[in-house]
Design a protein around this ligand. Structure first.
Ligand code: IVH
Length: 694
């Protein structure tokens, strides 16, 4: 699957595109950070090529088209045989077309192929004489490359001494494995440098760096073996006649690291179909490989086929790169969220400007831990390189630091556990809520005791933490059996606060079913949904007797939610039993269960109504309440609406029947006026529901 070429409209845009591409290619080959990800670069170069095809007389000399390395790299060490690039195919059809053209050139159908991973690093030539590694040269412009012999000794898999004293050139790819990349960035940022955006970039920068006070290891994979001017004539002749697979076996025998020792070794395929099957296998393994690949290289294996096919100026005709979709894109880091896991680990997660990578839209990426954010010097608003391969969770590699505008803001780290509000243990790299596994318990108890649930005054997070840490409560029901002496034993707990808390806990037993349900914290049922369930079923017994079909009859519960609510309530059964046993109310005042209608099967969708003053009305409350309603929270107002037979809603639409507009009401009031929906002041509303105001 190819992405479309960039569209270039005129000569000025063409010149700009050439300049951008040259800058990006230079960064790509020298380890600078490119403002373009690979996809964007490919698109740009294809756009340039399209424009040049239409304006052949106006091609700029700098243009990257038709050049090895986009014309970016230079060097003064001539290659004995040009180091070429590869042409690409992106689909089975394109691959089949290539095999047909290869067959035309070789004059035979049954070409044998060698198929292996296209390693995502940099090409280098390693010259050995008498078995000793003498010189390392980059690909450069393909004709001459740069001497990077200073890197000898830092590249694993490229021995300084071969197992035989031969004079040969080994060609291959230098890259960083994922572990080497992590290590390189740790060292680099430890020395005050900016992290590398990805392993390729890190390998390019590291290979060229001459005077570093530190060294970072890289890995070599050989994929080519050729004679040099000093090679023994018999060996040279033997090599020239060898199949590619044979040359690779020889390289491995000499002690060079090749793909043979990876999960995706080069294999031989007898037919194009076998090649395509192998392409699929390698693609499937890509996400788990400890190094990056960006495609599969398919080569004619027989020496005679290679000679017959020949080479163009940029790429050989006997090999092709079957490109895999890009797994990295540049996007922006919009926010960092902190999520608390089951064990209390507090993990940051990056919120991204949505970006499509390999067909999926990515909005979140893992950030591991706070130290990782610091180490990578990530800031909100940064452009970041995002990596996603297969089903592996997307990750942020690094910021593209030179795209910074100065508007970026530091990432704020939480001072307290975002779930339960306790202290955070920051002694390890992975931050953890001081409550550990109990964090969830603290959070759920504090939530249950909250104003809109059981409304237990005096039972805030600090108190809950004390109770949990002392082992006095292990679930919600334990709250109701707390003894006076137990509470008194807590720090900063005097006689008066103890008595007040005990009274508040006792009072909580009288809360309506809707609030008890809400306190249980069933996923997908907040305050308003809990009220609807409670009003629909009237008692906890009816709620618990409901199967998914019955649950779905509650307004707002769909086919997806119903089974999970039913299942979760079943899980909570022992807790609900204990709550009932300690005297917690399990009924919804004013609600009526239509047992008769249901048992006679009259109307299965029948919803009980209380026949109250707001019967059948949909009511929106907005602004600050005054008068007799002044003390009511928004939740309590909504409860009141529903007790009076109405339906509470938070947004005004044509279906709204009444908007209670308090002080400072703004857009909702305006919308009601615009739609002609009836408005009421808090006092007028209080009069409507007077009978229900206690
Ligand atoms: S063979 C004549 N085999 O991909 C070129 N190249 O995009 C023969 N590459 O320049 C190259 N893995 O740097 C070959 N298994 C592999 C490769 C591979 C990565 C690189 C190589 C080449 C570039 C072309």
């Amino acid at each position: 699957m190819t992405t479309p070429a960039a569209v270039i409209v005129d000569a000025a845009a063409y010149a700009q595109a050439v300049e951008d591409a040259v800058r990006a290619a230079a960064a790509y080959y020298t380890g600078g950070t490119s403002p373009l990800d690979d996809d964007a670069y490919d698109r740009l170069v294809r756009g340039i090529a399209d424009w040049e095809a239409e304006h052949p007389g106006r091609i700029l000399p700098d243009s990257p088209t038709g050049k090895v390395a986009g014309g970016a790299a230079v060097g003064d060490v001539p290659h004995t045989v040009p180091m070429l690039s590869l042409d690409n195919v992106f689909s089975a059809e394109e691959f089949t077309a290539w095999t047909a053209s290869l067959a035309r050139r070789t004059g035979r159908d049954a070409t044998r192929f060698s198929v292996g991973p296209k390693l995502d690093g940099l090409a280098i030539a390693a010259r050995y004489s008498g078995g000793r590694l003498r010189q390392l040269i980059t690909r450069g412009d393909g004709t001459a490359g740069e001497d990077v012999s200073h890197a000898i000794g830092t590249i694993e898999g490229l021995p300084e001494k071969l197992d035989e004293p031969v004079t040969v050139e080994i060609r291959g790819e230098v890259l960083m494995t994922s572990a080497q990349f992590e290590h390189a960035n740790e060292i680099r940022t430890g020395h005050g440098g900016q992290p590398f955006a990805n392993p390729r970039n890190a390998a390019a920068g590291t290979l060229r760096a001459r005077e570093r006070v530190y060294t970072v290891p890289m890995t070599f994979f050989g994929y080519g073996l050729l004679p040099l001017p000093g090679t023994d004539a018999a060996l040279a002749e033997r090599m020239n006649g060898m199949a590619h697979s044979g040359l690779m076996a020889l390289a491995a025998d000499l002690g060079v690291h090749t793909s043979a020792r990876t999960a995706v070794p080069d294999t031989v395929a007898e037919t194009p179909d076998e090649v395509l099957a192998r392409v699929k296998e390698i693609a499937a393994l890509r996400a788990e490989l400890p190094f990056g690949i960006d495609g599969i290289v398919v080569k004619a294996d027989h020496a005679a086929d290679r000679v017959a096919a020949g080479s163009g100026s940029r790429a050989p005709r006997w090999a092709i790169a079957y490109k895999l979709p890009a797994v990295e894109k540049i996007t922006r880091l919009l926010d960092v969220e902190w999520n608390v896991g089951r064990t209390g680990v507090i993990a940051p997660r990056g919120v991204l400007e949505p970006v499509v990578i390999d067909g999926s839209t990515i909005t979140y990426a893992t950030l591991h831990n706070p130290a990782d954010i610091t180490r990578r010097d990530l800031r909100l608003g940064d452009h970041v390189m995002v990596h996603r391969a297969g089903d592996v969770i997307p990750r942020i590699e690094a910021p593209v630091a030179h795209l910074r505008t100065g508007e970026e803001r530091p990432v704020e780290f939480p001072a307290r556990c975002p779930r339960c509000g306790s202290d955070i243990d920051t002694t390890e790299e992975r931050w953890r809520c001081a409550q550990g596994r109990n964090c969830h318990l603290v959070a759920s108890l504090a939530y249950a005791a909250g104003r809109d649930q059981l409304d237990i005054e005096g039972l805030g997070t600090t108190r809950v933490v004390q109770l949990v840490e002392k082992g006095l409560v292990a679930d919600l029901a334990d709250l109701f059996t707390l003894r006076r002496d137990q509470l008194l034993s807590l720090e900063r707990m005097g006689e008066t606060s103890t008595d007040n808390l005990l009274a508040a806990i006792a009072g909580a037993k009288q809360q309506p079913l809707s609030r008890v349900l809400c306190a249980l914290g069933v996923r997908g049922t907040g305050r308003s949904m809990s009220r609807r369930i409670a009003r629909h079923f009237a008692t906890m017994d009816h709620v618990r007797a409901a199967d998914a079909d019955a649950m779905q009859r509650v307004d707002g519960i769909g086919a997806e939610k119903a089974p999970s609510i039913v299942a979760e309530l079943a899980e909570l059964a022992p807790l609900i039993d204990r709550l009932a046993a300690v005297g917690v109310n399990m009924t919804e005042p004013g609600a009526i269960w239509p047992a008769d209608a249901a048992s006679e099967g009259d109307d299965p969708t029948a919803v009980p109504t209380a026949g109250g003053p707001l019967d059948g009305m949909t009511v929106v409350v907005t602004g600050a309440m005054t008068g007799s309603l002044e003390k009511l929270s928004r939740n309590e107002m909504n409860e009141l609406v529903e007790r009076a037979g109405g339906r509470s809603s938070s947004s005004v639409s044509k279906r709204t029947t009444l908007v209670v507009a308090g002080e400072g009401a703004g857009s909702k009031r305006a919308k009601a006026e615009q739609l002609g929906v009836r408005l009421a002041t808090p006092d007028e509303f209080a009069a409507m529901v007077a009978g229900l105001l206690g």
